[in-house]
Design a protein around this ligand. Structure first.
Ligand code: DC
Length: 235
């Protein structure tokens, strides 16, 4: 059994790169008054730090040693109720979305020790909050027992177009191939997840479809209130 059984509830939103899951996770969390945790930002933060330290991301022992040595802290932004990530005291924001990080994050995310460390951080949020968490393995590995699971998809063309519209250079097809074929917690549709294809839907329509799916999965809206929706995880 995972820690999720206590008092708090998790909504898992998984899907490939640029499928729209971050946007939907944020809007859903706002709509339901929950916090939103971006698990991809954690993999990106570790990747950023590895690159800063000039470590080869494919050198697993070196990456694992660097991970052990870095001070990785997850928090919550009280303004937005979304997760934050700091390494060695530095809050990371724009550094997480560079082309370099886009290019190297998938190989770093294949390392089981990296995954275990970050999954522990992800599960820790649920000890204090009801939440929406988005990523690749939230419904399969992080919170497999939650009944609230959504898988958001979109065609490859639409996803690549969304990324370039955002001004990001990101080989989404390559990243998806790596994320889906890795041995450790590959991207796949969780048992019991509702699949929503956002290719031809607006954000509002995707949110509506997500809310309907959650209702069918037994989510009662409004949920019971969280006693402390925006307190810092580490405070
Ligand atoms: O969601 P994102 O594109 O920011 O995620 C960046 C990378 O992190 C993604 O290519 C794979 C990895 N990732 C993961 O392996 N597991 C997660 N739960 C979230 C992200």
């Amino acid at each position: 059994m995972t820690d999720e059984i206590k008092t708090h509830r998790a909504i898992a939103i998984d899907g490939p790169a640029a499928s729209g899951k971050s946007t939907i996770a944020k809007k859903l969390a706002q709509h339901l008054g929950l916090i939103m945790v971006n698990s991809g930002a954690m993999y990106r933060a570790v990747t950023h730090q590895i690159l800063e330290e000039k470590i080869d991301p494919t050198n697993h022992p070196a990456v694992i040693q660097a991970l052990t040595d870095m001070e990785l802290v997850g928090g919550i932004d009280p303004e937005t109720s979304t997760s934050t990530i700091s390494i060695n005291g530095q809050l990371l924001t724009h550094q997480l979305r560079t082309q370099q990080v886009n290019q190297h994050v998938s190989p770093v995310a294949t390392i089981p020790e990296v995954r275990q460390c970050l999954v522990d951080m992800q599960r820790a949020y649920l000890q204090h909050h009801d939440l929406v968490m988005e990523g690749r393995d939230i419904g399969t590995v992080v919170f497999p027992e939650t009944p609230y699971k959504i898988y958001i998809n979109a065609s490859e063309e639409i996803r690549a177009a969304r990324r370039s519209k955002d001004g990001e250079s990101d080989a989404v097809a390559k990243r998806d191939q790596q994320d889906s074929s890795r041995k450790s917690s590959p991207l796949k549709i969780a048992d019991g997840a509702t699949v929503i294809d956002s290719s031809n839907l607006t954000v509002e329509q995707t949110l509506e479809a997500t809310l309907q799916a959650l209702q069918q999965q037994g989510w009662e809206s409004p949920p019971f209130s969280t006693e402390s929706p925006i307190s810092n995880l580490n405070s």
